[in-house]
Design a protein around this ligand. Structure first.
Ligand code: NOJ
Length: 544
């Protein structure tokens, strides 16, 4: 049977400003990505997701788009994009674009027109309401009300995220047609699919009903709460689920991938992919790993939840970090061995792993002082609160406020500017002062590096079909050992992971684990006989 690439691929996220600068302006670009495609191919990742590169004033670094069908000169040209797509495809890899359907920049010509007068033809392209008072109690995802008063026409516009990102009005048929045609536009030019930004917020309640009261002081997007309210009318409304199905129909004939950024409990996430059959988005990001304690019991629960809500033919995703959240290795307080164990976990469980650039070498969260942050979220909060409070909120929100800290330049080598840009250029964010071994160059030489752990496991995933396409069964190994088996066409891969600072002994016979050891995060070791003593934080793969 032909496998659908969309259920088993490995996604690597590139934040283009920070990946590789080819022209010495201190900002990464498309040519820089092209120059490093061999590295990515050799690493073994299969699908590249690139954060937005469309024309934009860059106030939210590309998530504020002013033209959906072009490339920002900061990153290159349409020709560069064409070259990128063909170079990616030449290596049998895939390319996902980041599509922001929910909003535009306030510098988009549409919004400029829309705000100019109440009878402008583009007026209805955004969500406007008149009146002296805010139209309702809805809050932005960042802070406070998402309604902003515009003096020109004495009306309010709605913005789900930052004030300079007004929401499009998807109930307007012209908006609907233009935006869905934009997806076709990029598919025709070589995109293999899209990562869909804040997809759960694209449509909002037509009559703008107030969200009901809920006793919740700290907002929690994942559980559907704002401050003192449940976000039932501006998130996850039925029309958003219908939109998922509609876009799937555009992507499906060409087998293109749709992966949604949606925040919610597993039942809601699953509903975006389809209820009885997979007829919505192919995948949604599952963010639980970003905050789960690194213990066998919590990782067992993650698997149980993924298998319960995303059984085949649905596919779970495994996300350890992205450009909005604290870097992955901080979950292990910077320790390499637990991070290797987590790498083995995410590359051997059933589903699509997502790797954020630099995770493969263990790049850490950087200490960028909040008052110097270029992130518009941090800047907005700094206008309202003292810096110690903003830093505290950042910590409580897992790094989602001062996002500069997880966006620093990729560390390629030990030259000045870490090989991200030429030594006489000024990188847009400081190159971290991290240990010399946290570079691609150093880790390539070291067989036991985190980078080589990724590479070996990605190769194994391609070689052993159960790891890529098999079913998953949990073993009832006692804590701190997590065990599971993947099976496909009579072949078995078994994983044993020791989530502990102490060695742990496991009987292989008791759990019917094949005796052939094919990988260990602890380096070379012989296949054991009847039992294995796992070293602290050792993860192993067995195969028959
Ligand atoms: C979610 C994106 O991941 C984030 O970086 C961006 O700022 C907001 N959406 C607004 O588009």
């Amino acid at each position: 049977m032909e496998h659908d690439w969309r259920n088993s691929t490995v996604i690597y996220q590139i934040y283009p400003r920070s990946f590789s600068d080819s022209n010495g302006d201190g900002i990464g670009d498309i040519r820089g990505i092209i120059e490093n495609l061999d590295y990515l191919q050799d690493l073994g990742v299969e699908t590249l997701w690139i954060s937005p590169m469309y024309p934009s004033p860059q106030r939210d670094f590309g998530y504020d788009i002013s033209d959906f069908r072009g490339i920002d000169p900061t990153f290159g040209t349409m020709d560069d994009f064409g070259t990128l797509a063909s170079e990616v495809h030449r290596r049998n890899m895939k390319l996902l674009l980041d599509m922001v359907l929910n909003h535009t920049s306030d510098s988009h010509p549409w919004f400029k027109e829309s705000r100019s007068s109440k009878d402008n033809p583009k007026r209805d392209w955004y969500v406007w309401r008149g009146g002296a008072k805010r139209p309702n109690n809805w809050q932005s995802m960042v802070h406070g009300s998402g309604w902003h008063f515009d003096n020109r026409t004495e009306s309010w516009y709605w913005a789900s995220f930052l004030p300079f990102q007004p929401d499009l009005n998807w109930r307007n048929p012209e908006v609907h047609a233009y935006m869905t045609d934009t997806l076709r536009f990029w598919l025709d030019r070589g995109a293999d699919g899209f990562r869909l930004d804040i997809f759960d917020a694209v449509l909002e309640d037509a009559s703008l009903r107030n969200n009901p009261f809920a006793f919740k002081i700290i907002p929690d997007l994942s559980r559907g709460y704002g401050m003192f309210q449940k976000t039932v009318y501006n998130r996850h409304i039925p029309e958003n689920f219908a939109l998922a199905q509609e876009i799937r129909k555009i992507a499906e004939p060409r087998k293109k991938l749709l992966i949604g950024e949606v925040f919610g409990t597993s039942d809601i996430l699953r509903a975006y992919c389809g209820t009885s059959k997979p007829d919505g988005l192919n995948l949604v990001f599952q963010f639980q790993c970003l905050t789960s304690p690194v213990t066998s019991s919590s990782y067992r629960k993650l698997i149980q939840e993924a298998e319960a809500w995303f059984p085949p033919p649905f596919t779970p995703t495994w996300v350890f970090g992205n450009h909005d959240r604290r870097r992955s290795i901080e979950q292990c307080r910077g320790r390499r061995d637990p991070e290797k164990l987590r790498t083995l976990f995410r590359l051997t469980v059933r589903g699509v792993p997502c790797i954020y650039y630099g995770e493969e070498i263990g790049m850490g969260q950087q200490n960028i002082p909040i008052h110097t942050s270029q992130d518009a979220v941090a800047q907005l909060l700094m206008k309202r609160y003292p810096s110690f409070a903003v830093s505290l909120i950042d910590r409580l929100m897992h790094g989602a406020v001062n996002r500069d800290s997880c966006r620093t330049p990729m560390q390629w080598n030990s030259s000045s500017n870490a090989g991200f840009c030429s030594s006489d250029a000024e990188p847009w964010l400081p190159v971290p002062d991290s240990p010399e071994e946290t570079t691609v160059e150093a880790q390539q030489q070291d067989p036991d590096s985190l980078l080589n752990c990724h590479r070996a496991l990605l190769q194994l995933r391609n070689r052993l079909s159960p790891l890529k396409h098999g079913t998953l069964t949990l073993l009832d190994t006692p804590d701190p050992v997590l065990g599971y088996i993947r099976e496909k066409d009579g072949q078995t891969a078994a994983m044993l992971l020791n989530f502990s600072d102490a060695p742990s002994r496991v009987s292989l016979d008791q759990y019917s684990i094949p005796k052939k050891l094919v990988y260990s995060t602890a380096g070379k070791r012989n296949s054991p006989e009847d039992e294995i003593t796992l070293a602290p934080w050792e993860g192993t793969v067995f195969f028959s």
